[in-house]
Design a protein around this ligand. Structure first.
Ligand SMILES: Cc1cc2nc3c(=O)[nH]c(=O)nc-3n(C[C@H](O)[C@H](O)[C@H](O)COP(=O)(O)OP(=O)(O)OC[C@H]3O[C@@H](n4cnc5c(N)ncnc54)[C@H](O)[C@@H]3O)c2cc1C
Length: 217
């Protein structure tokens, strides 16, 4: 019985979009495919999927309406969500959140990324995640011919005062802005500050469904 608990508890650490999408897909794979189509003879209630988040809510930074929809869906899927719970230790057969211990052999880390070691090693100013800080033109300060874009760059959005997240739409827009500014420089024209446009986002929760927010400021 004890071994079942360890083997059949799946813990995902980090309730950003990746963590939420992962637990949802994991749930559907186990309950709608494995257990339905002649998979292992395991009782449904023996399986536990746990999503653990350090912040006080899932999907930090994401629109409240999207969060509410996702929370409801995760509840319907019986996925246990634990918030305000920074994981403090990971052991072979468990993880710890302060004094609390969750027995599990399967721990999946979706709690953030670090910059590539190569860019982190460069002699530029970095943010806490090792991403290269850039100015409004995506240039590395004091190195006007060096630009940084995408996941390895840290651009502070003047609208929010926070660095832009490491997402595809940010990387694409930054790259386009840099290309234009390089061309302006070659032509002797003035560069333009980068302005990020939020195109909206979607977070999937399995069964080919997602909660989405269209373009907004
Ligand atoms: C699981 C997951 C899900 C995601 N889902 C979304 C999503 O739904 N929407 C969204 O907008 N974003 C999503 N993202 C984020 C998105 O993938 C990244 O923000 C985006 O790919 C960043 O682009 P980039 O060009 O900066 O880096 P990357 O896409 O990582 O490209 C960097 C490239 O450089 C190569 N490279 C690394 N080191 C070297 C080296 N030394 N020399 C040469 N090449 C090197 C790498 O192999 C890679 O091909 C997701 C990320 C993950 C991990």
């Amino acid at each position: 019985m004890k071994i079942c608990l360890y083997l059949l508890t799946f813990a995902v650490i980090g309730a950003g979009a990746t963590g939420v999408e992962l637990v949802s897909e994991m749930h559907d794979f186990i309950y709608r495919i494995l257990l339905v189509h002649g998979g292992p003879q395991i009782r449904r209630d023996e399986i536990k999927i746990v999503l653990i988040e350090a912040a006080n809510r899932i999907l930090p930074g994401v629109d409240e309406n999207v969060v509410r929809t996702i929370e409801k869906k995760l509840g319907q899927k019986n996925i246990e969500v634990i918030t305000s719970a920074p994981v403090t230790k990971v052991n072979k057969d468990s993880l710890e959140i302060g004094d609390r211990q969750i027995p599990t052999y399967t721990k999946i880390w979706t709690a953030g990324i670090k910059a590539n070691p190569l860019s982190a090693s460069l002699p530029f100013e970095k943010d806490g995640a090792g991403r290269i800080k850039v100015n409004q033109y995506m240039q590395v300060p004091n190195y006007p011919n060096v630009y940084a874009v995408g996941d390895n760059s840290s651009f502070e959005n003047p609208t929010t005062g926070k660095p832009l997240p490491a997402t595809g739409q940010v990387a694409i827009q930054e790259a386009q802005a840099v290309v234009k500014n390089i061309l302006y420089t070659i032509k002797g024209k003035e560069k333009r500050p980068f302005k990020f446009m939020q195109l909206g986002f979607a977070v999937t929760y399995g069964e080919r469904t997602a909660a989405a927010r269209h373009k907004y400021e």
